[in-house]
Design a protein around this ligand. Structure first.
Ligand code: ADP
Ligand code: MG
Length: 390
């Protein structure tokens, strides 16, 4: 998978590039961030809790409405060139390439009864593609924020979350939940987004790694395992089976204290899947409490426990992620875990500032020694959600 990263085009050059490409100034520029999930993995489709945050890396879209129904799309990366489509003739499954993300948003808005005219769009994003940081939702959230304003649709953040989910599920064909776009649309600087995936309730929880002398490192393993899709759907099926046998509508309704009893009712594999979800949900709640009471320096054990649970119970880790986590931990990180759907993507390592270089060096050295592709390592801080920038 292409993970080429492009330095941010300065705002004025995005605008002038738009003018050169489309012959007129954009109506404005709207930006939406990628996200990192601090904790709470695969809990979203079990109607549980997640704790992602918006990062500083973001997709920026310069947009100008047109008088006809033509949509013209250009990205500053990739070699697809200008993509043209008719906003009045969109059909799920018919679009290939990156255009399916913005066009999925247009289609979802139309399904919701909102009239969307044609428009010109120039995209520039520094969210790494396919690294588990949700570059796709960054595009969708930037555009839906733009179109919400430009069409005067007056959608709430909750509605935009549901519509971008519809775009991904029904138009793009990716069975994703509501976590990524909730973080991208509802994130705030210095905070993680504590999201209840049952009712979309959000609480912003202070997450100030810097104040605690820490840095949150993202280690992009550059791995995208071919069985990721199959693994995702089989985990979902196990969770549904577990919920059905335990007589609950979703695993969110199973408490840690119910697990003893559940062991006798489920086959060993389903039990391990259920065990992950139930304990992970509990770890999200503990992380929220700990951040509020004691701060970021005290959540390391919860991150470690989350990784062990995904590695051993949910079995969605891979050698590269395990190596990244192990090397980060043994070189100073106070907690580390894989983040995202699994089978590749990124790990996070909460690291004392004075150990940052050592962790970076140790991970890169270990990957080289193991014959793995060199990982990309960068720090992230909780940043603001989607907004108009010019
Ligand atoms: P993730 O959302 O985790 O990064 P996805 O597979 O859901 O991974 O989305 C990645 C896809 O999003 C890419 O294959 C590409 O089609 C599209 N994409 C993301 N950023 C850009 C960009 N800057 N330009 C063009 N396409 C992009
Ligand atoms: Mg995505």
């Amino acid at each position: 998978m292409n993970t080429t990263n492009r330095a941010d085009t300065p705002p004025d050059s995005l605008i002038s590039r738009f003018e050169v490409t489309f012959g007129a100034a954009p109506d404005g520029v709207w930006a939406a961030p990628g996200r990192v999930n601090l904790i709470g993995e695969h809990t979203d489709y079990n109607q549980g809790f997640v704790l992602p945050f918006a990062i500083e890396k973001r997709a920026r879209t310069a947009v100008r409405l047109r008088d006809d129904s033509t949509v013209r799309l250009l990205s500053t990366i990739g070699d697809q060139g200008l993509v043209e489509a008719d906003a009045a003739a969109l059909a799920p499954g018919a679009v290939t390439g990156w255009a399916k993300y913005p066009l999925g948003v247009v289609w979802a808005l139309q399904q919701h009864g909102i009239k969307v005219p044609g428009f010109d769009l120039l995209l520039d994003s520094d969210v790494p593609l396919g690294a588990g940081l949700s570059s796709s939702h960054a595009i969708e959230c930037a555009l839906i924020t733009a179109l919400n304003e430009l069409t005067g649709a007056g959608l709430s953040a909750e509605e935009m979350v549901m519509l971008t989910q519809r775009a991904e599920n029904a138009f793009v064909g990716a069975p994703t939940g509501i976590m990524d776009q909730s973080a991208s649309l509802r994130g705030a600087s210095g905070h993680a987004v504590f999201l209840d995936c049952r009712d979309q309730a959000v609480q912003l929880v202070p997450f100030e790694a810097q104040e605690a002398g820490l840095v949150l490192l993202v280690i992009d393993t550059k791995v995208s395992h071919s069985h990721a899709d199959g693994g995702y759907s089989s985990r979902r099926a196990s969770c549904e089976l577990g919920a059905q046998i335990l007589g609950v509508s979703a695993l969110r309704d199973v408490a840690v204290t119910d697990l003893q009893n559940a062991r006798g009712l489920l086959d060993p594999t389903t039990f391990r899947r259920v065990h992950h979800i139930v304990t992970e949900n509990d770890r999200v709640l503990q992380t929220v409490d700990t951040l509020r009471a004691h701060g970021a320096a005290h959540i390391g054990d919860l991150l470690d426990a989350s990784h062990a649970s995904m590695r051993d119970d949910f079995e969605i880790s891979c050698p590269e992620l395990n190596l990244a986590v192990d090397k980060a931990r043994t070189n100073g990180a106070i907690g580390a875990r894989m983040t995202g759907g699994g089978f590749g993507g990124s790990a996070i390592a909460l690291t004392p500032v004075q150990d940052e270089q050592q962790v970076r060096d140790a991970v890169i050295l270990a990957f080289a020694a193991a014959g793995f592709t060199r990982p990309e390592i960068f720090s992230v801080t909780p940043s603001a959600g989607a907004a108009r920038t010019s």
